[in-house]
Structure formats: structure tokens, C-alpha cells
Design a protein around this ligand. Structure first.
Ligand SMILES: CC(C)(COP(=O)(O)OP(=O)(O)OC[C@H]1O[C@@H](n2cnc3c(N)ncnc32)[C@H](O)[C@@H]1OP(=O)(O)O)[C@@H](O)C(=O)NCCC(=O)NCCS
Length: 318
């Protein structure tokens, strides 16, 4: 059973920030950013809210699927944090698009979209839903220290969505979680303003041990994708496209090479979007779908890793 993807959608802010523009804010340059990460530009919110991007991506996916928001049975929004802690982004977008179904946010960091697909599959399999909207939205620009060159150059804002219905398109999946005890990838909760607290104040901006995350990411992607290929009884040659989480072009290329995927099979959009966390896979999925690079009947592999640490991969027949 599980699901079939009925339609896809995406949204990003208007403003595209170049590496050269970044070099006027922090001590960096286009050559360093391009060679270390593959990123040339990223979209950064100026006037847009997370809700606006989420609603635009969701409405596009609904139009592409040919169904009305009122027909949805569930909305799952993958996000590190919506515009508010409460109401959730999922509840806000439910009203914005005119849906009436249950709605909740899910945080599995950059793996959030794959975790959300898995939850959606469970609802569809159990018969508790017929049509599910899974939308991922990340406003990474609000989590960054814009004085910190080793992190602020890497991320961007965006949203991507899919509408799912019952079907037999989910061929295999794997999810993992392991505690990042050394806090190699961290965004602390809130500035501590409780007057009784004796805990230290921690600014709530992203910090990362890039090399540790890099090493973890390549190993995790290779392991997860090998597992789902084995579960589905498929070889890399039978896969039309692998759509990896877009964190660093060198992570993607190393993992793809170790797995035996060709350049043509490996989807890359990091040059335009930067790392948009859980939104990176559905953003690219929508681009590839609308460009006709993937079509109904094709087999695709999704693979992600992120804070937690979380990882996940799945194989979908479109
Ligand atoms: C972050 C990352 C691009 C850094 O690349 P790296 O090759 O490991 O580079 P390092 O962190 O070792 O830094 C090398 C040097 O560049 C400098 N540097 C860091 N950011 C810079 C920037 N934006 N511009 C210029 N120089 C920079 C560092 O200060 C360091 O200088 P030093 O050698 O004099 O100390 C890379 O490690 C990475 O992508 N890791 C994975 C991150 C990831 O996937 N995060 C998301 C998880 S979902």
C-alpha cells in the first residue's frame, strides 16, 4: 500500500544572495564557498514569512495533484521551527489554504521530509487518511549568526511540498536516530530569560563542527541507501535519479560515487538554493518533476541526514 505522489510544489523568497554579496558582510569569497560547498547563491527571506512559503508550495502541490485543500485528511509540516512555537506552521497553513483536517509540525532537522513521508505512509496504510499533504519549510536565515562565516554562507530559505494518496509507490524506507552527544550540529532553544534560572545564556544560533558532520554524512548516506536498495531488490542502474539532501556538493558527490550512481543520476541544486534543511529534497523533487527529468513510473531514491543526528532514505516509484 503506502503512497503515490499525486503532485509537487515549491516556494522560495525573492531575494537571491550571491557569494560576492556575502563577502561584503563577512570575511569570505566566492572561490572558498564554491570550492568547499558548491553553493553560488541562496534565497534569503526579506519580507516573506514561513507561512507564505509553506502556503505557496502547498497550493502548487494541490493544483498539480488536481485536488482541493478541503479533500486533505492530514497535513504534516516538516520544520525546525515555524514562524511561532505555537500555533504550529501546519495549523497556520491549514487555515491559509482552506483545509479542515488535523495538522502538526514534525522536527527531524534536515531529515524531516523523509520522516514526514514515513508518518504519512503509516496514516495511509492504516486507512486513517486517503490524502495527505507533506510540506517542508525552513527559514534557515533566522537561525544563523550572520557574523560567523563558517556557517552563514551555507544555508538558505525555502519550502517544498507533495500531495500523497494511497498507492504502492513506497518501495523501501529506513530511518535512524542517534544522539549527537558532542553537539556537532546545534541550535539551542531560546535565549534564557527566566530570572530564576542559573543556567548559562546560549544564543539560539546554529553552530556546527563541519568536518565531523561531513564524515558522518557520507557514511550515513552510503549505509542507508545500500539498505533501501537491498530492501527493494534494486541496483543503482535501475534508479532514474537519486535526490540527496543538499548540504554540500562534496558530500553528495562522494556518497554518489561510493554507491555507484552516475553524475546524470545524481540531482544537484545546492548551487542555487544552498542548504535549505528539510526543504532541500522536496524543492529539488518539484524542479525535476516540472522539468520532466523524472516522470511517472520512474524509480527515485531520497536520502538525508541532519541534526539529532537523524538519517533516512527511501525508494519511491513515481
Ligand atoms: C562546513 C564545510 C563547508 C567546511 O569545509 P572544510 O573544508 O571542512 O573547512 P574547515 O572548516 O576545515 O575550514 C578551513 C579553513 O577555512 C576557513 N573558513 C571557514 N569558513 C570560511 C568562509 N566562509 N570563507 C573563507 N574561509 C572560511 C576556516 O576558518 C579555516 O581556516 P584555518 O584553516 O585558517 O583555520 C564542510 O566541513 C561541510 O560542509 N561540512 C558538512 C556540513 C553540513 O553538512 N552541515 C549541514 C548538516 S545538515
Amino acid at each position: 500500500m503506502s503512497f503515490q505522489i499525486m503532485g509537487t510544489g515549491k516556494a522560495h523568497p525573492q531575494f537571491s544572495l550571491t557569494n560576492d554579496q556575502l563577502s561584503t558582510i563577512v570575511d569570505t569569497n566566492d572561490e572558498w564557498i564554491t570550492s568547499r560547498s558548491g553553493i553560488k547563491t541562496r534565497f534569503i527571506a526579506t519580507t516573506e514569512t514561513g507561512l507564505e512559503l509553506t502556503a505557496t508550495a502547498s497550493n502548487q502541490a494541490l493544483a498539480n495533484a488536481g485536488i482541493a485543500a478541503a479533500d486533505l485528511d492530514l497535513i504534516i509540516c516538516a520544520t525546525l521551527q515555524g514562524d511561532n512555537v505555537t500555533p504550529s506552521l501546519a495549523c497556520m497553513v491549514q487555515q491559509e489554504i482552506g483545509a479542515h483536517c488535523p495538522a502538526f509540525d514534525l522536527n527531524a532537522a534536515c531529515t524531516g521530509f523523509i520522516y514526514a513521508l514515513d508518518v504519512a505512509a503509516a496514516y495511509l496504510d492504516s486507512g486513517r487518511a486517503d490524502k495527505v499533504l507533506v510540506v517542508a519549510c525552513e527559514m534557515m536565515s533566522k537561525h544563523l549568526d550572520w557574523n560567523h562565516r563558517s556557517t552563514c554562507v551555507l544555508f538558505g530559505d525555502g519550502a517544498g511540498a507533495v500531495v500523497l494518496q494511497k498507492g504502492d509507490g513506497l518501495l523501501a524506507r529506513v530511518l535512524t536516530a542517534q544522539s549527537d552527544t558532542e553537539q556537532a550540529l546545534l541550535i539551542p532553544g531560546f535565549n534564557n530569560i527566566n530570572p530564576f534560572s542559573q543556567l548559562p545564556h546560549r544564543p539560539n544560533v546554529l553552530s556546527m563542527s563541519g568536518r565531523k558532520v561531513f564524515k558522518f554524512a557520507v557514511g550515513a548516506m552510503v549505509k542507508d541507501v545500500k539498505k533501501v536498495l537491498a530492501q527493494a531488490g534494486l541496483t543503482p542502474a535501475q534508479v532514474k535519479m537519486v535526490i540527496p539532501h543538499q548540504a554540500n556538493i562534496r558530500i553528495i558527490q562522494s556518497a554518489a560515487k561510493l554507491l555507484g550512481f552516475t553524475e546524470e543520476q545524481t540531482a544537484i541544486g545546492i548551487q542555487h538554493y544552498g542548504n535549505t534543511s528539510s526543504a532541500s529534497i522536496p524543492l529539488l523533487l518539484d524542479d525535476l518533476w516540472r522539468q520532466g527529468k523524472i516522470q511517472r513510473g520512474d524509480i527515485i531514491v531520497l536520502s538525508a541526514f541532519g541534526g539529532g543526528f537523524t538519517t533516512g532514505a527511501c525508494i519511491i516509484k513515481l
